[in-house]
Design a protein around this ligand. Structure first.
Ligand code: ZN
Length: 125
C-alpha cells in the first residue's frame, strides 16, 4: 500500500524513454474529462467517470476473482479528481472527490484506457 500525500496537485514531468509510452502531462480538460498527454506526442481526453469506474483498487475489484465490484451507477455524477500523484516511474494514483483514492493505475493500463475509452485530442507526432 502507499499513502496519498496531503498536498495533491496536477503535474507535468519529464522522463526520458525511447521505449515506453509515458504520460507527460495529466490535468483536468473540462468538467468531465481529464487530458492525458503522452511522450509519443498524442493526447487524449478521458472521462472522469470512466477513470473512476476503472479503479484497480481492492475496494473496486475483487482481489480473488478479478471481478469488478464497483457499479457504474454508484459513481456520483459530479465525480472529479482532486489530484493525481505519480507513483514511482510506472503508475499514477488519482484522488477523487468521493474521497476515494485509486490504487496504482500503471502507465500501460492508463494507455489502454485512453485508447479504448478516450477521445483523441492530438495525434502522435
Ligand atoms: Zn477503487
Amino acid at each position: 500500500m502507499f499513502a496519498i500525500s496531503s498536498t495533491l496537485s496536477f503535474f507535468v514531468w519529464h522522463m526520458s524513454s525511447t521505449v515506453n509510452l509515458i504520460p507527460t502531462h495529466i490535468e483536468p480538460h473540462n468538467d468531465h474529462e481529464m487530458k492525458i498527454a503522452w511522450n509519443a506526442g498524442d493526447s487524449y481526453a478521458l472521462s472522469y467517470e470512466e477513470m473512476r469506474f476503472q479503479c484497480p483498487c481492492a475496494g473496486c475489484v475483487d482481489e480473488h476473482t478479478g471481478k469488478r465490484t464497483l457499479k457504474r451507477e454508484a459513481i456520483r455524477k459530479d465525480i472529479k479528481p482532486k489530484g493525481v500523484e505519480l507513483i514511482g516511474r510506472y503508475a499514477i494514483s488519482v484522488a477523487w472527490n468521493d474521497n476515494h483514492s485509486s490504487g496504482m493505475l500503471n502507465f500501460d493500463r492508463l494507455r489502454s484506457l485512453c485508447e479504448e475509452h478516450g477521445k483523441l485530442l492530438e495525434s502522435a507526432v
